[in-house]
Ligand binder design. Sequence first.
Ligand code: GAP
Length: 448
Amino acid sequence: MAGEPATRRRLEHMDDLVSLCARRGFIFPSSEIYGGINGFWDYGPLGAELKSNLRALWWQRVVRERPDVEGIDSAIIAHPRTWEASGHVEHFSDPMVDCRTCKRRFRADQVDVPCPEAPKQRQVAECDLTDPRSFNLMLQTRIGASEDAASVAYLRAETCQPIFNDFKRVREAARQKIPFGIAQVGKAFRNEINPRNFTFRSREFEQAELEFFCHPSQREEWFGHWRDQRLAFHRELGFDESRLRTRAHESTELAHYARAALDVEYLFPFGWQEIEGIHDRGAWDLTRHGEYSGKDLGVTDPDTKEHFVPVVIETSVGIDRTCLALLVEAWAEEQLEAGESRIVMRLPASLAPIKAAVLPLSKKLAEPAHAIERDLRRRFNVFYDDAGNIGRRYRRQDEAGTPFCVTYDFDSEQDGKVTVRERDSMDQERISADAISAYLAERVEIHR
Ligand code: GAP
């Protein structure tokens, strides 16, 4: 059964992916037993591993490998003045319209879609809609026991604002000099009017952001540097060049403080969409937080003694969106020999949730197979499965995206070898059981 499949079909309909993700425990609706909650998703055993591997790869490339980048993990709730300084309280809003008939709310710029009440009869634009009104996207909460306005706080709408709050402290604590960056990965929350396209637009999601601080005269140079670094990262994720592109923002699209912005886009079944933004934010953030806090967030050049507010080059990638792009890219339906077919998730081995499955050919071989599993488990996320025929067990691992299956058979008892089957080619080779750990390490670990 080894070799290239006769035909391979890529993902065309998101429904195929959504059902696989729920069935196999990658991602499914949050609070499913209560009917779900719109815009919120839970990651199951496979999804949590995939996400954690992606996060680790980002942290490795953006923080650990760089002497000029420091990582932080800030609180999700910041002082409410943070969001006044950042402009979110005043400006972070979408225009929305309400349907007077069904009482649903839509983004004013997204009404050319079928009406959810009568999808075959009309578009939302043809419904009885109110005039557009501004709708702030920040999620509010209250702190402490009192109910007055002073107790209102916000769940962070982006992970970068606490980085600006912490800029002075981190620079001094880490004894960094300009140019240097501060990074963090974490949850962000937006009260999106129309969450849609599976996890693509959610109300709770994870961002991995880097804010790189430099002298204004170096902004173009650092923008180019980080653009190249981030594109190399997306290539490392294995996206086909034909489904990855960059799109520079027109000057009319730029925020008033921004000098340049570039989106990294992936071709989803629902079209080209942003997965990462690379922005030259100028000195806006530190200037505003300086004004609102009354603290001097400028720096002094030790040589020239020039005092200036650093300019920020930002890279901001969605962890959930990139996971979604990885799942879309990986999904394939393949026709094999003898009329058989399989769904296989061709995830990069370094990001795959399970690195190897240990499969004894018979339950009688459980003991030595469990010994291999125990040994591998110390280093890798492995899975043990002795239920059903071997072909069916391979198929289950194909759907989980497991790059290697290790089969222990009766010959293994004699020659100390196991069969290793590679997911994509389905090629099989016999290798010594003692060598599997090194064999996997070479193929499934992040290259450092
Ligand atoms: N600090 C800059 C910033 O937050 P953004 O373009 O609003 O910029 C950056 O967001 C990234 O965060 C996006 O490219 C996307 O990957 C992710 N993101 C933004 N909103 C999202 C949502 N509602 N659901 C999932 N991911 C989202």
